[in-house]
Design a protein around this ligand. Structure first.
Ligand SMILES: Cc1cc2nc3c(=O)[nH]c(=O)nc-3n(C[C@H](O)[C@H](O)[C@H](O)COP(=O)(O)OP(=O)(O)OC[C@H]3O[C@@H](n4cnc5c(N)ncnc54)[C@H](O)[C@@H]3O)c2cc1C
Length: 472
């Protein structure tokens, strides 16, 4: 369906559900509600997955570190969901072994506690984790992680979580929602709403659009507390990642690196390694979140402490990304200690705020939200089937590793996946921007292919390229 046709339909019908926010939470709510037979619309102010959902660590995880905080319920919930995502999106979920070394110098992480922890962790997936955990002595640890600092090393545990592609998960979830009739529109900003018998929402898209709907779901992640009618209270923390060539940090398993109670990861990603993350309070502009020198030096410092021979420098960094965790507010305590659980609340009739949580639990958050809004508004809907039905897959263009750089892929993103700008293709549809050191050269070629797919003039193509380079 064309963009104009979607806008016309959004204006002419009364929706059952309008979802605000095209991140992983909003797209999961749209998929769930559409699969239950509800009339659904979804609006996103920028591109789909523009927010935190394209800036995560890309892990599907129960959260082993929350076990140390005694949050067994939270870990169980996420552990089950990580296996569900492997079932419904196998092209975007792969088992990922983790090696967690412990050191005499860091008493926060004790080997014997981790040994018990990983066994509990296996059981919390219903005994069906993605692989069996094990223990490694010093020699085995050094064999499985070449280059790891041996000073004070006590041994390690090895356990399994999953690896995903966050932005692709959003796009494929939205494609699934659209196949079930959801009307999804990017570059459409919710401005305000008025409640009479139903909600009337003012939306700024190509032109002002009025959308009428029985229920509204505010799934705007870090933006959630600024939205009119929202009752969400958030504490935002920033996390950055950097990408280096795999040859500079040749890990085959993900390596857990510690700094006191904090943990960072070195994650193998095809010909690259992803390293991150940080966790610092954030008060800047939500539309411009980036890694600064201090962030990069912090991550490089901890990585070099664990891999002293690597001697990683800023010049090794191919790309970086930075995202904001939409954590439920707790002004007290350190950012790393704040709960990653989610909250679903209805501050006004048929308005639902859904906030917090993580990528791994998005399907469950959506199921619980739709259950509640269906009950609240007395809508007729079939039972939730999102844990059984596979999401749309196109493994050629949607996988854990970026697709081959080619015109067919670019055309596919423009024609089937709502890509409108060069950055949509380079960053969120393909991850080429993060994966390739010569991303700007590739972007120039991609701009010609997009011009042909979308009918851009030469002036439009040049301005797209300038915009991309300026934001890189
Ligand atoms: C550094 C970092 C690492 C992480 N790693 C992991 C991990 O490995 N595994 C995991 O499970 N979780 C992880 N998370 C958490 C996870 O990424 C987030 O919880 C999740 O992506 C949040 O999704 P969301 O849909 O709520 O928010 P977002 O993805 O931010 O989506 C909200 C969307 O709403 C849109 N929006 C805002 N205002 C409006 C408006 N007025 N009108 C229309 N649209 C609007 C925004 O543009 C945005 O696209 C990580 C988070 C961070 C920051």
């Amino acid at each position: 369906m064309t963009r104009t046709a979607i806008i016309t339909q959004l204006q002419s019908e009364v929706l059952d559900v309008l979802v605000i926010g095209g991140g992983i939470v909003g797209s999961s709510v749209a998929r769930d509600a559409a699969m239950r037979g509800l009339k659904v619309g979804l609006i996103e102010q920028h591109d789909f997955a523009f927010g935190t959902s394209s800036r995560s660590s890309r892990l599907l995880h129960g959260g082993i570190r929350y076990l140390a905080q005694g949050r067994v319920g939270l870990v169980h919930e996420a552990s089950v969901e990580k296996t569900v995502l492997h079932r419904i999106a196998p092209h975007l979920a792969g088992p990922l072994p983790f090696v967690f070394p412990t050191y005499r110098q860091n008493p926060k992480w004790k080997l014997w506690q981790l040994m018990i922890g990983v066994k509990i962790y296996d059981l919390l997936c219903g005994g069906r984790n993605l692989g069996h955990s094990s223990w490694l002595d010093v020699a085995e640890t050094l064999r499985s992680v070449p280059g790891l600092n041996p000073d004070g090393l006590k041994g390690a545990v090895r356990y399994f979580d999953g690896f995903t592609n966050d932005a692709r998960l959003v796009i494929d979830t939205l494609r699934s929602a659209a196949r079930h009739g959801a009307l999804v529109l990017n570059r459409a900003r919710f401005a305000n709403a008025h409640r009479a018998e139903i909600w009337e929402c003012q939306v700024e898209a190509d032109t002002p659009v009025l959308i009428r709907t029985r229920t509204v779901v505010n799934a705007t992640g870090p933006w959630a507390h600024g939205l009119p009618h929202s009752a969400v209270k958030l504490r935002l923390t920033k996390g950055i990642h950097l990408v280096v060539d795999h040859s500079r940090l040749p890990v085959t398993d993900t390596v857990v690196m510690t700094e006191g109670a904090r943990i960072l990861f070195a994650i193998p990603w095809g010909e690259r390694t992803i390293v991150g993350t940080t966790d610092t309070d954030f008060n800047g502009s939500l539309d411009k979140v980036c890694a600064d020198d201090t962030d990069v030096q912090y991550v490089l410092g901890i990585t070099n402490a664990h891999f002293p021979q690597a001697q990683l420098q800023a010049s090794d960094v191919i790309s970086t990304w930075a995202g904001l965790r939409p954590l439920i507010a707790d002004p007290k305590g350190r950012p790393s200690d704040i709960s990653r659980s989610h909250e679903i609340k209805s501050p006004e009739p048929n308005w639902w705020d859904v906030a917090g949580g993580k990528l791994t639990t998005c399907r469950l958050m959506a199921e619980q939200t739709v259950d509640q809004l269906v009950r609240g508004a007395e809508l007729r809907a079939s039972p939730c089937e999102t844990a059984e039905q596979r999401i749309v897959d196109d493994p050629q263009y949607s996988s854990l590793i970026p697709p081959t750089f080619c015109e067919d892929a670019v055309r596919h993103f423009c024609q089937n996946e709502w890509a409108q700008h060069l950055e949509d293709v380079m960053i969120r549809r393909s991850s080429w921007h993060y994966y390739h050191r010569n991303a700007v050269t590739l972007a120039e070629q991609a701009s010609h292919w997009m011009a042909s797919a979308l009918g851009w003039t030469e002036q439009q193509r040049e301005s797209e390229l300038h915009r991309y380079v300026a934001s890189s």
